[in-house]
Design a protein around this ligand. Structure first.
Ligand SMILES: *Cc1c(COP(=O)(O)O)cnc(C)c1O
Ligand code: SF4
Length: 449
């Protein structure tokens, strides 16, 4: 565990200047957990990353009953995140007091079993310019380039479901770029790109001057006029709202946001929000207010996770609160097929019911969230529903985004499977041998294109 960076500064509205979170001692809080649970946490954290900052620890987690608390369950290691075999192997070593090298060797082996590279991220989506692969970028869908600044590849706290987990344990080379020269060259050569999505990790762990070093040139360089939207993916609104209110460079950050908006670009803050409980802190509300004041639009996204938010009432309440604050619900995701998936995954049919029930309980303004969506190799596949056709029960699916833009929006059908939790478990309906895109996708993966 690392401690949070508390950077109280002169920035921030007066009424928040005095605001400091109640800082109980970490050890005191952790000592409230039963010894057995602490041992299990230790075993799991040898394999999966664990990090939590003092704000989340003190302000977001309900220590009256941590095991029932969605944020505790989102963040803290749990023995069921590993298969019984993996857990027994590691706990055996820990109990014996095995040397660190032995523990690390086993950890590496187990991590390799946890599908650390889902959806062909490292092979299929890395763009190139003049024959050279460009690290720190991904380009999968025509409109949008993902940019991974090297200083933004950690997070304020680590969500235990996160598909970026291998980079947090150093098990994979981070895709990351130390400056934006290659990004700009690539964008100049790709006039079809309208959106740049700055992501991580959490780019909001970066100091403002760093972020500005990446973003300001996108606004001023000739030949980049086609880049209309800058998106920033972040969890900082709830994990470190100080970033927008109290940090000593918070005002500078908001000035950067204003420069982007005043430069005629759309700035979209893509906020990762899993539960309404994380949206109750007054610093969160203030962060939202200050970001919106710059002209940026906050959009929200999160996956459906067992033990955290697999209940339509959680989503409808969260979406209503978001709309009240001026946040636009954007995506509901399906938990991805990597890392601690066994612990967090929910059958697709239930995830879809959660979406349908949540959407039915909110006004049209909160029905802007699309999903539930699976980010898999061929694209973002949305579960539109369950239907009966030709006497067969089927999942109705469509691509929200596709590796080939022509696949987008085309409805297609998979045989109903009550246990399926991910796209790779689905088979074409009506006895067909393959989906309409299967051949073309297979050809793409063969050529690495
Ligand atoms: C989701 C995603 C995007 C953005 O898609 P939108 O539908 O425009 O939000 C871009 N690139 C990748 C790899 C994605 O997974
Ligand atoms: S904040 Fe986002 S990138 Fe960071 S651990 Fe959570 S899900 Fe992963």
């Amino acid at each position: 565990m690392t401690s949070s960076r508390v950077r109280p500064g002169p920035a921030g509205p007066a009424r928040f200047k005095a605001y400091r979170f109640s800082q109980a001692s970490r050890l005191e809080l952790l000592a409230k957990l039963p010894a057995e649970l602490r041992f299990e946490m230790e075993v799991v954290s040898h394999i999966l990353p664990f990090r939590i900052n003092d704000f989340v620890l003190n302000e977001l987690i309900d220590w009256a009953d941590p095991s029932a608390d969605p944020l505790f369950r989102l963040l803290f290691p749990h023995r069921d995140m590993l298969s019984p075999e993996h857990y027994d192997a590691m706990s055996g070593l820990v109990r014996l007091g095995a040397p660190p090298a032995e523990i690390q060797a086993l950890a590496r082996k187990i991590r390799d079993d946890l599908n650390p590279h889902p959806a062909g991220q490292q092979t299929l989506n890395v763009p190139s310019l003049d024959g050279d692969a460009l690290p720190g970028m991904q380009h999968k869908y025509a409109d949008t380039v993902l940019f991974f600044p090297s200083a933004g590849q950690t997070c304020h706290s680590y969500c235990a479901f996160c598909f970026r987990w291998p980079q947090f344990v150093g098990a994979e080379d981070r895709f990351s770029a130390s400056d934006s020269t290659a990004l700009r060259a690539y964008l100049r050569a790709h006039p079809e790109v309208s959106d740049v999505l700055v992501t991580g990790g959490d780019p909001m762990v970066m100091r403002t001057h760093r972020l500005a070093g990446y973003l300001d040139p996108l606004l001023s360089d000739p030949g980049l006029e086609h880049v209309r939207t800058i998106r920033i993916g972040t969890k900082a609104l709830t994990f470190w709202p100080h970033r927008f209110v109290l940090d000593d460079d918070a005002d500078e950050l908001l000035a950067l946001f204003r420069r982007i908006v005043d430069g005629g670009r759309h700035l979209a803050v893509m906020a990762h929000l899993d539960h309404w409980r994380e949206m109750e802190n007054p610093l969160f509300t203030e962060a939202v207010r200050r970001i919106r004041e710059t002209g940026a639009v906050i959009r929200s996204q999160a996956p459906v996770l067992a033990h955290v938010n697999d209940d339509p009432r959680v989503w409808s309440r969260m979406w209503k609160r978001q709309v009240a604050l001026g946040i636009v619900p954007y995506y509901m995701f399906v938990e991805r097929d990597t890392g601690a998936r066994n612990h967090f995954e929910v059958p697709l049919v239930r995830t879809w019911r959660i979406y349908a029930d949540a959407v039915s309980a909110v006004s049209g303004l909160a029905r802007t969230a699309r999903g539930p969506s699976m980010s898999c190799g061929p694209g973002k596949v949305e579960i539109q529903g369950v239907a009966e056709a030709h006497g067969e029960r089927v999942f109705v699916l469509r691509f929200i985004q596709a590796r080939n833009p022509r696949w987008t929006q085309q409805p297609f059908f998979a045989a109903y499977d009550p246990d399926a939790t991910w796209f790779d478990a689905l088979r074409p309906a009506f006895g067909e041998r393959e989906f309409f895109f299967s051949r073309e996708y297979a050809a793409m993966t063969k050529t690495g294109g």
